[in-house]
Ligand binder design. Structure first.
Ligand code: ADP
Ligand code: ZN
Length: 292
């Protein structure tokens, strides 16, 4: 049995065919232009394949409420042409197969808990720190959706007392994304993250903000593990700095065996940037199962 996987991003659409073991058998990348151009190209790719179901992990915000008339729509994105676009409907109509649908970060989370080093865990948070910051939550084995879906990249943070940078987010300024995304690092320090590798103060401040967000997540969601991915996390020195910040900011308020083993509690993504597309395979399998 093979499945279709679509990782729908703001710059590219990664389309793949995989099997239930998470093996990617083939993959192509299509630039994201307007839906009228890009979606038919993707449909054309999948139409020629023998797939039992399709899993889509998509940039958002999205409507994930299956009882809503606009389930499966991309909602308020500033990306031209894609606001209020019925992406699930477009593929459903053309391919007539079960379609699984979730946020891009939930896709990555699913990939990690299905095929990666977090296999089998049921209470996990996945955060990607790149151009934007997004996060997915699994609680009791289920992906958290709720009213919309978590937008934990916009969690409001307390600015560091010695950080004069006002924050980049046009909505909140000092939210996690406004203070700690790749573009925020670049604007604050006047150079790209990868060119600041040797500047300790950059990564100490970055860890202060990511650590603060993780403390809030521990206090609200009580996850068993936190997985960090995205371009900024290529600075591997951040991991130990973040672990130390979390310990410091929690201040022994919560003491559990998992927290005592921080290297296994706050971890990098383990699937070499394939976690998203592999998560789409799982989304497809779940959709097929739900349809039976
Ligand atoms: P996107 O979020 O656009 O899908 P990425 O996850 O690769 O893509 O994130 C891109 C952001 O990460 C950019 O702001 C870039 O400056 C930053 N980035 C990429 N590589 C590194 C690196 N090695 N060190 C620090 N920052 C990086
Ligand atoms: Zn914000």
């Amino acid at each position: 049995m093979t499945y279709g996987a679509l990782e729908a991003g703001g710059t590219k659409m990664v389309c793949a065919i995989g099997n239930q073991n998470g093996q990617i058998l083939e993959q192509v990348s299509i630039p994201t232009r307007y839906p009228e151009e890009t979606v038919p190209e993707i449909i054309d790719y999948f139409r020629k394949k023998e797939i039992a179901a399709l899993g889509i992990a998509c940039f958002g915000p999205l409507n994930l409420n299956q009882r809503s008339a606009t389930y499966g729509y991309i909602t308020t994105t500033p990306k031209p042409g894609w606001a209020n676009y019925d992406i699930v409907g477009a593929f459903q109509k053309a391919l007539q197969i079960p379609i699984g649908f979730d946020t891009d970060v939930n896709g990555s989370l699913l990939g990690e808990v299905t095929y990666g080093s977090s296999k089998g865990l049921e209470n996990v948070v996945y955060i990607t720190i790149g151009t934007g910051i997004g996060g997915g939550v699994m609680s009791g084995g289920k992906l958290l959706h709720g009213m919309l879906h978590p937008e934990l990249g916009h969690m409001l943070l307390h600015p560091h007392p010695s950080d004069p940078y006002p924050g980049k987010c046009p909505f909140h300024r000092h939210c996690l994304e406004g203070l700690a995304s790749g573009p925020a690092i670049e604007e604050r320090w006047g150079a790209k993250g990868k060119d600041l590798a040797g500047r300790d103060e950059v990564w100490e401040l970055e860890a202060y903000y990511i650590g603060q967000a993780i403390v809030n997540l521990i206090l609200t969601l009580s996850p068993e593990r936190i997985i960090l991915g995205g371009g900024v996390m290529h600075q591997l020195q951040l991991f130990d700095l973040i672990r130390a910040e979390v310990k410091k900011q929690l201040n022994d308020y919560i003491v559990t065996p998992l927290l005592q083993n921080m290297e296994h509690y706050i971890v990098p993504a383990s699937l070499h940037d394939d976690q998203g597309i592999m998560g789409c395979i799982r989304l497809a399998m779940d959709a097929q199962f739900a349809d039976e």
